[in-house]
Design a protein around this ligand. Sequence first.
Ligand code: ADP
Ligand code: MG
Length: 339
Amino acid sequence: MVRPDGIIIEVNDATLRAAQKSREEVIGQGVCKIIHGGRWPHLECPLEEFLKNCTPKTEETCLPGLSGEYSFSISPVKNTQGEVDTILLIARELTRDELRKVDYFRSAKLAALGELAAGVAHEVNNPITGIINFAQILLDTYDLDPAGVDMLQKIMKEGDRIATITRNLISFARADIGLREPVDPVEVVDSSLDLVNHQLLKDGIKVIKVFPSFNSFIIADFRKLQQVFLNFISNSRYALNNKFKGLDENKKIEIIFQGTNNDKNNFYKIIFKDYGTGLPQSILEHVFEPFFSTKPPGEGTGLGLSISYGIIKEHDGNLYLNSIVDKFTEIIIELPIGR
Ligand SMILES: Nc1ncnc2c1ncn2[C@@H]1O[C@H](COP(=O)(O)OP(=O)(O)O)[C@@H](O)[C@H]1O
Ligand SMILES: [Mg+2]
């Protein structure tokens, strides 16, 4: 039972078990804080919006705090004056079929976005190649004064920037199938870390690797996976630097490898977990969309996770993101085992 402003006034034992908290820790707290760890001040959580509207309804939402996805229903309770003073909030765990449906809609939405993005990217690709080439020809053919040379070089540089964005959009749409070879995920992660180790060291970020009990390999494009892992590390680095200005024992990224020797399990799992700023629920479902970013202009393009999503899907794998505000963010990658 919650008040319309989201303060919890009563809970049942099942909620306490799911939240792993005692009654004293829960009563009087905001429902968002208990259910998914809180939110960023400038963003409203879907649950709060839901309570504010105060009309009876049901909504599916992902709640990593309570270990899984739940369907919520709210029933406003009116007092004798006819005003809503209490709301009965019921969370029911989604069935496997419902989960599949939620998953399906999420990937269908991203697929549609991917198609749109790839369409635009292809349209932009040819003219931009033309612009860069003509600028190059001008530069090579004519004896220009330094100001002219400078301008042409700027045209080429800006053109390259657009070309990179379109290339990235195409890989979000999974339009380019790359190499396929047996690779050891540990090796890919290590080679990615090699590229950023000095930055991590400078920021005081520790990397803790937990190795698999079985040495399995996956069939993948080494370079593309490296790009994916670099994206995750760069996001974690940003989140950790934002939360901890100086040194801290929690300024760390854990990378957990879970191979398998079980015939029934066809996936190799890799988990990237950082203890940085985390993400509120309202954002969680948008992070894989192209150009979605919460970073200030110049610091993020919003393409990292969407590209990564495209690349992992292209490998017939899965990508999930879990997070609790101010506690952790965890990216789970599943890739088919090479057999
Ligand atoms: N490890 C993380 N911790 C906190 N937030 C994250 C993390 N990874 C991704 N995000 C969120 O997801 C958004 C999208 O990420 P991404 O696609 O890589 O774009 P960008 O990093 O350019 O913003 C980020 O703006 C951020 O809000
Ligand atoms: Mg990023």
